[in-house]
Write a protein that binds this ligand. Structure first.
Ligand code: C5P
Length: 263
């Protein structure tokens, strides 16, 4: 066996609306959300090196990412479930997607690892989707990509038509939010489903998120909303010049501002 190097791209996602429609017996929540991928990418280099059976390792390195990494867990799960022994797997991630930002970066990295290993050694598609859900609620969507309605934990996917041509400005303010905490807020104060906006935006009510939304709308965004459990806010622009002006204005204050398109 010879060493193998594989490359993958992992796009960020935004939630065009996010509603919680109920609490489940397994502790998770039933969601209803539309997810869309945008052109902000992490890039992954996956190196597989032959080793003795029993000496396999699964590691990942990325700037700003410490400890247990979902991408390394994805590689381990894929190799073990497919009885692919005798390989050390190392993943280097060039991180562009802000971490814990509501943009699904970690889930998208894990999905990219599954996708590329599946190209190398194909497995049954439905079993692959099962592995994705074992890794996290957003991973099945990330494996699919594009624009989808996501229900259940996030794994019941209905593909939708791609978004119309537009510009998407992403702004990640320096606020730290844990997804678990966001869902806990809902449990403390369950709000009825309303099928518009993002339920977490109201539950968390972060002042800087409201400010960024106002700036985006004032700059001509046809829609501005928090993504996932935040704190990233996105603005949708039909007009390229307005999008670029909003991007320049916001980037002066928030370094993690990105000008993207749906992909
Ligand atoms: O599935 P994942 O590990 O990404 O979820 C992280 C946490 O978010 C879960 O432990 C759970 O608290 C919460 N969650 C939820 N319902 C979902 C998705 C996530 O309660 N549909």
């Amino acid at each position: 066996m010879k060493a193998v190097t594989l490359h993958a791209k992992a796009p960020a996602k935004i939630n065009l609306g996010l509603d919680i429609v109920g609490k489940r017996d397994d502790g998770y929540h039933d969601l209803r959300t539309i997810m869309a991928s945008v052109s902000l990418y992490d890039t992954l280099t996956i190196t597989l090196t032959p080793c003795e059976t029993g000496e396999e390792t699964f590691t990942a390195s990325a700037e700003g990412v410490e400890g247990d990494n979902l991408a390394a867990r994805a590689a381990r799960l894929f190799m073990q479930r497919n009885d692919l022994t005798g390989w050390r797997v190392h993943i280097h991630i060039d991180k562009r997607i802000p971490i814990s930002a509501g943009l699904g970066g970690g889930s998208s990295d894990a999905a990219a690892v599954l996708r590329i290993l599946h190209e190398w050694r194909p497995m049954a598609q439905n079993a692959l989707a099962g592995l994705a859900l074992e890794l996290g609620s957003d991973v099945p969507y990330c494996l699919h990509g594009g624009t989808c309605l996501a229900e259940g934990r996030g794994e019941v996917l209905t593909p939708l038509a791609p978004l119309a041509d537009c510009w998407v400005v992403l702004v990640t303010p320096p606020v730290s939010i844990s997804t678990v905490e966001a869902f806990r807020r809902y449990d403390e104060k369950a709000v009825p489903p309303r099928l518009e906006g993002n339920v977490f935006e109201d539950l968390l009510s972060i002042p800087v998120v409201a400010e960024i939304k106002q700036t985006l709308t004032g700059a001509g965004a046809s829609n501005a909303m928090m993504s996932g459990s935040g704190p990233t806010v996105f603005g949708i622009f039909e007009d390229e010049n307005r999008a670029k002006t909003a991007f320049d204005t916001l980037r002066a204050e928030f370094p993690k501002t990105f000008l993207t398109k749906p992909v």
